[in-house]
Design a protein around this ligand. Structure first.
Ligand code: FES
Length: 158
């Protein structure tokens, strides 16, 4: 079983348990599980080097560094709540982008785990790196495939 499937099953379990205790409605990330279907993250020109963009509906962060594009989960590896940028600004493009960061630093609003700009845990209680996803670029168009996990070191050139 892939890491992503384990994470999805864990998230489902935690939300169901939370719902039984009437706590799910107060738990970010429950009831709005992200799809693992491939999705468009716009074009290469939408993603400057040194900028991270959150795709809220998919709970995925797309970044670009000097080596290329990468994408990783915005679902906390502790108890599957949705993480957020520590210093976000509004995002208006491309379609689906909900916030921007120029540091890539994130935190979980529930138990306050923090993650670096590549999804590696800085402070717990989370202990696992956020899973990275396959990114493909064709004719300048970026597609992220959350069903396919890759190593955190993988980059895709545009
Ligand atoms: S769910 Fe994120 S730190 Fe607990």
């Amino acid at each position: 079983m892939s890491d992503e499937k384990r994470a999805m099953e864990r998230r489902t379990f935690l939300c169901v348990v939370g719902a039984a205790g009437a706590a799910a409605a107060m738990t970010p990330g429950c009831g709005d599980q992200a799809s693992t279907a491939p999705f468009s993250a716009g074009n290469v020109s939408d993603h400057p080097v040194g900028v991270w963009k959150m795709y809220g509906a998919q709970a995925v962060i797309v970044g670009r560094d000097a080596n290329g594009f990468f994408a990783y989960s915005a679902t906390c590896t502790h108890e599957a709540n949705t993480i957020e940028f520590r210093t976000p600004t509004a995002c208006t493009a491309p379609t689906g982008c909900t916030s921007i960061s120029t540091t890539g630093l994130t935190r979980c609003p529930v138990h306050f785990s923090t993650f670096d700009s590549n999804g590696v845990v800085i402070t717990g209680p989370a202990s696992a790196t956020l899973p990275h996803y396959q990114v493909t670029v064709a004719a300048g168009a970026i597609t992220v495939s959350p069903a396919t996990t890759v190593a955190a070191s993988v980059r895709t050139m545009g």
